[in-house]
Design a protein around this ligand. Structure first.
Ligand SMILES: Clc1ccc(Cc2nnn[n-]2)cc1
Ligand SMILES: [Zn+2]
Length: 255
């Protein structure tokens, strides 16, 4: 059956969805350009900034206090500090797919996005209208037999936010505990991967995935996209297919 609201239809309401700076994209070694001028990136997150965890019907999201430069990302390709606003996940209906970016043909089971905005703009909604408004740190989730203990706190809250609109307190959490060892990254200019698909994102995609277990991925898949009193609709496959790269350069911070 034709999916009336699927990614191929978004351009009808949001023409930019067919723009030339859309995300996600395929990252292929042969087309990547090593840029030795790229700086390392740094996250300085205050655990006290974590506020709540929410099922918004399209993902599991943790929101942070972004009323001042409390938790920030800086360095890398960024011109200054960017404020952490929220993190969320993308995943599939099985372990063999679910990530948004694809690396040399490899799809990972999921992808963690930490979304930051440029405080040179008066607020987040203004920032999403600017090409340098948003920075997303993207981290692949790779399934192996070993769970990632640092994922436990998020996954333990899943039972409290099973259905769309459910929210729970999520205090004292520093998302940098989720980071892999290596800070090597690719960077390119792109967009939100859901409507309105604004082309306002500096993407920082980490080369090293974090390792999670199949059970941990199954926990994410136990979320529902329906509200409590509605028929059960599993929240899975909330990833957008890769988009044309057009003439964009993907730079690598590593050789
Ligand atoms: Cl909460 C949320 C916010 C944005 C998206 C889509 C997206 N755009 N860029 N990264 N993720 C999905 C869920
Ligand atoms: Zn995302």
């Amino acid at each position: 059956a034709p999916d009336l609201w699927g990614p191929d239809q978004w351009h009808k309401n949001y023409p930019i969805a067919k723009g030339h700076h859309q995300s996600p994209i395929e990252i292929n070694n042969k087309e990547v350009h090593y840029d030795r001028s790229l700086l390392p990136w740094f996250a300085s997150y205050d655990p006290g900034a974590a506020k709540t965890i929410l099922n918004n019907g399209k993902t599991c999201r943790v929101v942070f206090d972004d009323s001042f430069d409390r938790s920030v990302l800086r360095g890398g390709p960024l011109p200054g500090v960017y404020r952490l606003r929220q993190l969320h996940f993308h995943w599939g209906s099985s372990d063999d797919h679910g990530s948004e970016h694809v690396v040399n043909g490899v799809r990972y089971a999921g992808e963690l996005h930490l979304l930051h905005w440029n405080p040179k703009y008066s607020n987040y909604l203004d920032a999403v209208r600017r090409t340098d408004g948003i920075a997303v740190l993207a981290i692949f989730l790779q399934v192996r037999r070993t769970p990632k203990p640092e994922m436990k706190r998020i996954l333990e809250e899943i039972n409290a936010i099973k259905t769309k609109g459910k929210e729970a307190p999520f205090p004292n959490f520093d998302p940098s505990i989720l980071f892999p060892k290596s800070h090597d990254y690719w960077t390119y200019h792109g967009s939100f991967t859901t409507p309105p698909c604004e082309e306002c994102i500096t993407w920082i995609v980490l080369r090293e995935p974090i390792i999670v277990s199949s059970d941990q991925m199954a926990k994410l898949r136990s979320l529902s996209k329906n509200a409590e009193n509605e028929p059960e609709l599993p929240l899975v496959d909330n990833w957008r297919p890769t988009q044309p790269r057009h003439y964009r350069m993907v730079s690598a911070s590593f050789l």
